[in-house]
Design a protein around this ligand. Structure first.
Ligand code: FPP
Length: 243
């Protein structure tokens, strides 16, 4: 049977904090960049499995607004990886009907990466299969601030009054809102590498998300483990504050 038929209990949106590339590199005696490269390979496999499982939205945290504090070499290396990834994978993503979206202030990243992103967005813009969201130069607080400012502008121009501001309006003004086709809030957020915190990821959107943590370092995280976590989630009951 096509596994996409088994979607009844599959979450619509799974978000992943891909943590532990550096520790994986250290453990394996290779450079941090080799760790990120291994992380990229792991990511490719997770996208494929998410698609097979019938997940509609997969969001990965690839580069946070805090990641600029890393060495120039590492930051440059991560963006080079993005360029390499788009170069080698875009055709296959497109063939698989995957739509790529970017969450964050991505126009501020190095030029070559911006060009790759534009190509990926444009090539996949008519696809309606799995939506693969890459959080890039992304920060949850910055995202909320950006949304609040855009709403304040509407208030100060007199378009709307203060009491007209709603939660839905804030959701719409986030990176996950109208500019990216209104991505539903994540049902499940997975973080690898044993750290149990959100690190400024999807702060507004995570209000009712289930959280799952695993000790696996991201490059060691397999599609089977991903699938097992998603199925364990599917067995949990979410009450959204009700009974
Ligand atoms: C966290 O591990 C990982 C990152 C900051 C970068 C994630 C990047 C990739 C998986 C590469 C490819 C992504 C794309 C979209 C091409 P860490 O370095 O914080 O690990 P550590 O905590 O063990 O040092």
């Amino acid at each position: 049977m096509d596994r996409k038929e088994l979607t009844e209990k599959i979450p619509v949106h799974v978000a992943v904090i891909m943590d532990g590339n550096g520790r994986w590199a250290e453990k394996n005696g290779v450079s941090r960049l080799s760790g990120h490269n291994a992380g990229m390979l792991a990511m490719k496999e997770i996208i494929k499995r998410a698609d097979i499982m019938g997940i509609r939205y997969l969001t990965v945290y690839a580069f946070s607004t805090e990641n600029w504090k890393r060495s120039q070499e590492e930051v440059g290396g991560i963006f080079n990886l993005l360029v390499k990834y788009v170069g080698s994978e875009l055709a296959e993503l497109d063939e698989n009907n995957v739509r790529v979206r970017i969450l964050g202030d991505w126009r501020q990243v190095p030029k070559a990466a911006v060009a790759s992103i534009e190509k990926a967005l444009d090539t996949t813009k008519n696809n309606d299969g799995l939506q693969f969201n890459i959080a890039l130069n992304y920060g949850g607080r910055q995202e909320i601030l950006h949304a609040v400012r855009s709403i304040c502008e509407r208030v100060s121009s007199g378009e709307i009054g203060v009491s007209d501001v709603t939660g839905a309006m804030i959701s719409d003004a986030l990176y996950t809102g109208e500019e990216n086709g209104n991505i539903p809030d994540p049902d499940l957020i997975i973080r690898t590498s044993g750290e149990e915190r959100l690190s400024n990821f999807l702060l507004w959107q995570c209000a009712y998300s289930e959280l799952a943590f695993t000790d696996s370092l991201w490059p060691d995280f397999t599609p089977d483990e991903f699938e097992a976590i998603v199925h364990a989630f599917a067995g949990r009951k979410r009450r959204f504050g009700g009974r």
